[in-house]
Design a protein around this ligand. Structure first.
Ligand code: SF4
Ligand code: SF4
Length: 73
């Protein structure tokens, strides 16, 4: 899943509206991309006014998930 929403997100909703796959949902603090729905079109990255969506490769993504799990445990 190469596109992720970072903690910079201000929940403005611009990416949610622009995603044709309905892959983005607004959370309490920030939006989230569902990797099972995302078709990796890149529109959200372009639509975000503060560049809070970034492209990461699969290895970087796995590392981010591993780090998150460590922080949560
Ligand atoms: S890359 Fe495209 S499909 Fe994936 S979340 Fe962004 S706008 Fe939606
Ligand atoms: S467009 Fe950017 S700031 Fe707005 S909700 Fe999406 S990720 Fe967050």
């Amino acid at each position: 899943m190469p596109f992720v929403v970072t903690v910079e997100c201000i929940n403005c909703g611009a990416c949610v509206v622009g995603c044709e796959s309905d892959a983005i949902t607004e959370g309490e603090l920030q939006s989230h991309i569902d990797p099972t729905l995302c078709i990796e079109c890149g529109t959200c990255e372009l639509n975000c006014p503060i560049s809070a969506i970034i492209y990461v490769d699969d290895a970087e993504y796995e590392q981010m998930i591993a780090t998150q799990k460590k922080v949560q445990s």
